[in-house]
Design a protein around this ligand. Structure first.
Ligand code: SF4
Length: 335
C-alpha cells in the first residue's frame, strides 16, 4: 500500500447558501450607519441579530444593547432588532420620546401584517413557533386576543378554537420546514378547514440554508454549524443535518470551539452557518480545519441569493438630509 493510499482523504463540503441573509445584512448596516450618522452611543433593543460576534463588534463601536426601552435615556435613539417588536414597544418608545429606528426584517413585518389582517377578520390564529423567542413575542403582540402559540407537533392537542371553520396558521420565519409541516399536518387532522398563510412564512434564507445542509449532510461524518445558541435558524441547521443522515453535528460560535475529538477518524466535514453569521467566522473554521489536514474544500451550491433590503426609511431620510446639508455647506464655502 502506498503512503497516499494509507492516508484517508480529508475533505470539507461547504454549504452554499450559508451565513448572512438580506434581513440580517440590513439590520447590521442599520446600526453601523446610525453610529456613523448620529455618533455613539446608539441604543439597540435586544440583540440586533442573534450572533455573539456581531453584537460584541457593534458594542466596541459604541452600540449599547438593552433589554427594554426603559433602559434607554429619554430622547435618545433606539434601534429595534431584526426580529420585530409588538406595537406596545413602539408606544413605549413614543412615551419616552425616543427616536426609534425599526430594523425589523421586512419578512417578519409581512407575518405581522398577516396577523393583523386575520385578526381583523376575527380568525383564531395558530402561530407555530418557539415559546419565548423574540420574533414570536413580537408577532403575538399584534393581536394577543386572537393568537395562540403552537410550539411543535406536541403542542397541537392543547389548542382550542372558537370556530373550527375560521382558523389559520402562521409561523415564525426561522423554523425547520419539515417540523413545521408535521405540525401543520397534525393541526389539519384536528381542524380540517384550517387555512394556510397566503405565502410562506418560513423565509427564503431559512429554507435555502436548510436545503443546502440537507444536500451535504448524508456525505459528511460530522457537520459544523457556525452560529450562536440563541439563533433559531442556526440551531435548526444542526437538527436538519442530523435528520438528513450525518452521524454528528455541532454548533460553534468560533473555530476555537471545535474539539479535536470531533475530527478523529473523520474523512468528510460539512460546514455551514446560520443567517446571522458573518462569513469571516466560517473562513476561520476552514483555516482551523486546514491546519488539521482538511485542505480540500468543495463548495456545494443549492441556490443563488440576490435579495437585498433597503435601510429603514427613518434612517435613510436622516442620511439624505445630512448629505444635503454637507453639500450646501461645501457650496457656501466655495463661494
Ligand atoms: Fe429576515 Fe429570514 Fe433573515 Fe430572519 S432569517 S432576518 S426573516 S431574511
Amino acid at each position: 500500500m502506498t503512503e497516499a493510499e494509507a492516508t484517508p482523504r480529508k475533505r470539507v463540503l461547504l454549504a452554499r447558501p450559508r451565513g448572512y441573509c438580506a434581513g440580517v445584512d440590513r439590520a447590521v448596516k442599520t446600526v453601523e450607519e446610525a453610529l456613523k450618522l448620529y455618533g455613539p452611543p446608539i441604543y439597540v433593543r435586544k440583540q440586533i441579530v442573534h450572533n455573539k460576534h456581531v453584537v460584541s463588534t457593534l458594542e466596541q463601536r459604541g452600540a449599547i444593547f438593552v433589554d427594554e426601552n426603559d433602559e434607554v435615556p429619554e430622547g435618545s435613539i433606539v434601534i429595534f432588532s431584526a426580529h420585530g417588536v409588538a406595537p406596545e414597544v413602539y408606544e413605549q418608545a413614543r412615551r419616552r420620546s425616543l427616536k426609534a429606528i425599526d430594523a425589523t426584517c421586512p419578512l417578519v413585518t409581512k407575518v405581522h401584517q398577516e396577523a393583523r389582517r386575520f385578526a381583523a377578520e376575527d380568525y383564531d390564529i395558530l402561530l407555530i413557533g418557539h415559546e419565548g423567542h423574540e420574533e414570536v413575542i413580537g408577532t403575538a403582540g399584534e393581536a394577543p386576543a386572537h393568537i395562540q402559540l403552537v410550539d411543535g407537533p406536541d403542542g397541537v392537542d392543547k389548542v382550542t378554537v372558537r370556530d373550527p371553520a375560521k382558523v389559520v396558521w402562521l409561523s415564525q420565519t426561522t423554523l425547520s420546514v419539515d417540523e413545521t409541516m408535521a405540525t401543520v399536518e397534525r393541526l389539519k387532522q384536528r381542524f380540517p378547514l384550517l387555512q394556510s398563510p397566503p405565502s410562506d412564512d418560513i423565509c427564503y434564507a431559512t429554507q435555502n440554508r436548510q436545503q443546502a445542509v440537507k444536500r451535504i449532510a448524508p456525505e459528511c461524518d460530522v457537520v459544523i454549524v457556525v452560529g450562536s445558541r440563541n439563533s433559531s435558524n442556526s440551531v435548526r441547521l444542526v437538527e436538519v443535518a442530523l435528520d438528513a443522515g450525518t452521524p454528528a453535528a455541532h454548533l460553534v460560535d468560533y473555530a476555537a470551539e471545535i474539539r479535536d475529538e470531533w475530527l478523529s477518524d473523520v474523512s468528510t466535514v460539512g460546514v455551514t452557518s446560520g443567517a446571522s453569521v458573518p462569513d469571516e467566522l466560517v473562513m476561520q473554521v476552514l483555516e482551523h480545519l486546514a491546519d488539521r489536514g482538511f485542505t480540500e474544500v468543495t463548495e456545494v451550491t443549492t441556490a443563488e441569493e440576490r435579495l437585498t433590503f433597503s435601510l429603514p426609511r427613518e434612517l435613510k431620510r436622516d442620511m439624505q438630509a445630512a448629505a444635503a446639508a454637507k453639500q450646501s455647506a461645501a457650496l457656501v464655502e466655495a463661494e
